[in-house]
Ligand binder design. Structure first.
Ligand SMILES: Nc1nc2c(ncn2[C@@H]2O[C@H](COP(=O)(O)OP(=O)(O)OP(=O)(O)O)[C@@H](O)[C@H]2O)c(=O)[nH]1
Ligand SMILES: [Mg+2]
Length: 222
């Protein structure tokens, strides 16, 4: 019997992630891995980002879902190249899935690759995909205790978007507490308070994103 330990799985994943990273670097593609709980607003944010930046940047998207093509259809409507991955039950994307998807994207025509991970606040943070930056969303409806209860994703991310701030008048959530606790976990975390729905706060996010593309940010800063 062969017993596969989690660290073997992660080491195998890291090897493929390095290959992805090298391929993306050679094509000068900046890749971001967008993670959050289900429903925090990843697809809404990605679609809005494409609509706002498509004059300046060539953007492609890899959509990760347990099943369905629902999100990919929303992204396709923006005109961006999109590849859908159905994980068939797995709660996160892994580097092998991305490796296969990259073969279906015209990387020579892409500046920015946005990867929407499977909605889950835990597992996606453990798997490098070969991206340049991990970015997470936290919706204010999830509560301000999330950094304390689920620190790993905050620790792995380069930027945090606190989303759905248009709903703040209707719920109890301290954005200040999220900021304070998140910065204790990751002192250099870029934090943006946004509403992907109304567009509030998105200009700062776009500036950050463009800066990363200019830096040709496929070198992981972590
Ligand atoms: N009020 C409000 N609703 C939002 C905002 N962003 C997203 N939503 C809504 O939240 C719901 C979920 O948004 P999605 O973009 O599908 O979230 P997701 O993270 O992609 O979800 P999964 O792919 O299922 O994990 C949708 O009904 C969106 O319209 C926001 O800033 N404000
Ligand atoms: Mg989605």
């Amino acid at each position: 019997m062969k017993l596969i330990l989690a660290r073997d799985v992660l080491a195998a994943n890291d090897k493929i992630a390095e290959q992805n990273h090298a391929l993306l670097s050679s094509k000068a593609v900046t890749a971001i891995n967008v993670m959050s709980s289900p429903g925090a607003g990843k697809t809404t944010l990605i679609a809005e980002t494409i609509r706002s930046l498509k004059q300046d940047l060539n953007i492609a998207v890899i959509e990760g879902d347990i099943q369905s093509t629902y999100d990919a259809e929303q992204i396709s409507a923006t005109g961006a190249q999109v590849v859908q991955i159905n994980t068939g039950g797995a709660c996160h994307l892994d580097a092998g899935m991305i490796n296969e998807s990259l073969g279906h994207i015209d990387l020579d025509a892409v500046d920015l690759l946005i990867i929407e991970n499977v909605g889950n606040l835990v597992c996606p943070a453990g798997f490098n995909l070969g991206e340049g930056y991990k970015v997470m969303l936290l919706s204010v409806t999830e509560g301000d205790d999330k950094p304390v209860k689920y620190p790993m994703m905050f620790h792995e991310s380069s930027a945090l978007l606190i989303n759905k701030i248009d709903l703040l008048p209707y719920i109890e959530c301290s954005v200040e507490k999220i900021r304070t606790e998140a910065l204790k976990i990751k002192p250099d975390l870029g934090i943006f308070e946004v509403s992907a729905k109304t567009g509030k706060g998105l200009d700062d996010w776009y500036r950050w994103l463009k800066k990363m593309v200019r830096r040709n940010g496929t070198q992981d800063e972590n």
